[in-house]
Structures are given as structure tokens and as C-alpha cells.
Design a protein around this ligand. Structure first.
Ligand code: PGA
Length: 250
């Protein structure tokens, strides 16, 4: 594990504006003395309001996606410039729901990664295999391909602003967490991929979060593993008390 841990809440398409503000207030209060690094990622419409709540605190504002383009005729899209203008520092890219429900390709995700980095945002790049890919013995190959393609043409220097989130798709929102040993095996493998792409130093320093039904009951065991450096948390991040327990693992 790399410390302090990087504990991020992906709120997905949950919470109205008032509810998001309330949750953000609770999270800020819960983690104000915490020793880790924290992020919350509300939906686009709630970013501005949550930004006011987390400003000046130890909670970073994240977005859940961005456009591949900088501006123009792209109805329904949100640009990196717009995100920055409301205080977003980090953008989650390549989430499995973007890949598998909305058809985002590795090429699109890579374009977003490079655009976000070029515009000064940090990136959490999500990777992870489907259940059938795991059962077919392809988990490593899928994670390697998503890592290599997602980080294509990213410089070693910019990797200081990239976090990887390993989220096995079969574990997301299902209550089926990967065992700490299974998760560790993929994390170590992905670190090896980073080593071959960027060298030892970058591979050692890059944070790799685990995501997929991480909760207040299993976080400590997952985070105790040598290559698990934080969590990207969905369901449990919607309840401040649960997020707080994960946030305080040391
Ligand atoms: P989950 O979601 O914690 O609800 O499984 C994690 C994620 O998709 O980021």
C-alpha cells in the first residue's frame, strides 16, 4: 500500500442538489481529521454546489466523466474547462458503466485522459474485467489492454497526476467483492504493466485504487494489501457513516 490512502466516493447518478450538499457536508465533517486523501465525485449538475461545501477542506472535488472535445457542437457533453470553472480537480474516466453501458472505447477514454491532463486536471483511470472475461482466464489481458490503451501517449511526468482504479465489473454494485488476494494479484500485475510502460519509479509511485463493493466491513483487509493504495467507492460512499469508516482506515 501507498500512504496516505486515496479514498474516493463515486456518487454516480444519485442525489438531487440539496441531497448532494447535505452528503458533502457530512463527508467533510466526517473526514476533517482524517489522515488520508479524500475525493467526492457528484453528478455534473451538483458539482458547483458541492464545490462550495468542499472548498478549503481536505476533500477534493471530482467529476465522473468529461467530453473528448474542448468546446463546440457536442450536445449533452461537458468540457474539462467547464469542470475546472466550478472547482473540479480530478476526473474519473473509463468507468465500466461508461465503457459497457455507454459504449466508450479505449481510444475515446485515452483522448479524454490526455485532454484532462493537458488542461491541468488529475485523472482516475478505471480498468477492470467482466465476469465472463475473468472466467475465461482473461482478467490480466483485459486489464493490461485497458491500461496500455488508456495511457497511450501519456508522459512519465504526467503519470504523477494519474491514479488507476481496478474495478472488476462483476464486483461493482453486486456486493461481491474481490477477495483481498485476488484484488492484490491484479494490482501487482497492473503495477508490472506500468513498470514496463513508464519504468520503476513511476510504477512504484502510482496509486492503484480498488473498486467494487468496497465497504466499511471489507476496506481494511483490502487496503492492507501491498499494492492496494485506496478505494473508489460507489454504494458505500452514499452513506456518510460508511464512507467515514473506510476513510479512517490507516
Ligand atoms: P460500488 O461501485 O462500490 O457500488 O460497487 C464502485 C464503482 O463503480 O466505482
Amino acid at each position: 500500500m501507498r500512504k496516505p490512502y486515496f479514498i474516493a466516493g463515486n456518487w454516480k447518478m444519485n442525489k438531487t442538489k440539496d441531497e448532494a450538499v447535505e452528503l458533502a457536508r457530512q463527508v467533510v465533517e466526517a473526514v476533517k481529521d482524517g489522515k488520508n486523501r479524500y475525493l467526492v465525485a457528484p453528478s455534473f449538475t451538483n458539482l458547483d454546489a458541492v464545490s462550495s461545501v468542499v472548498k478549503g477542506t481536505n476533500v477534493i472535488l471530482g467529476a465522473q466523466n468529461c467530453s473528448t472535445e474542448e468546446a463546440g457542437a457536442h450536445t449533452g457533453e461537458v468540457s474539462v474547462g467547464m469542470l475546472k470553472s466550478v472547482g473540479v480537480q480530478t476526473v474519473i474516466l473509463g468507468h465500466s458503466e461508461r465503457r459497457h453501458i455507454y459504449g466508450e472505447s479505449d481510444e475515446m477514454i485515452n483522448k479524454k485522459v490526455r485532454l484532462a491532463l493537458a488542461n491541468g486536471l488529475d485523472v482516475i483511470l478505471c480498468i477492470g474485467e467482466l465476469l465472463e472475461e475473468r472466467e475465461a482466464g482473461k482478467a490480466e489481458a483485459v486489464c493490461e489492454e485497458q491500461t496500455r490503451k488508456g495511457l497511450k501517449d501519456v508522459s512519465a511526468q504526467d503519470m504523477a497526476r494519474v491514479t488507476i482504479a481496478y474495478e472488476p465489473v462483476w464486483a461493482i454494485g453486486t456486493g461481491k467483492t474481490a477477495t483481498p488476494d485476488d484484488a492484490q494479484a491484479i494490482h501487482a500485475f497492473v503495477r508490472g504493466v506500468l513498470k514496463s510502460m513508464f519504468g520503476d519509479d513511476v510504477a512504484e509511485k502510482t496509486y492503484i485504487q480498488y473498486g467494487g463493493s468496497m465497504n466499511d466491513g471489507n476496506a481494511a483487509d483490502l487496503l492492507a494489501k501491498p499494492d492496494i493504495d485506496g478505494g473508489l467507492i460507489g454504494g458505500a460512499a452514499l452513506v456518510a457513516e460508511k464512507f467515514s469508516v473506510i476513510a479512517h482506515v490507516e
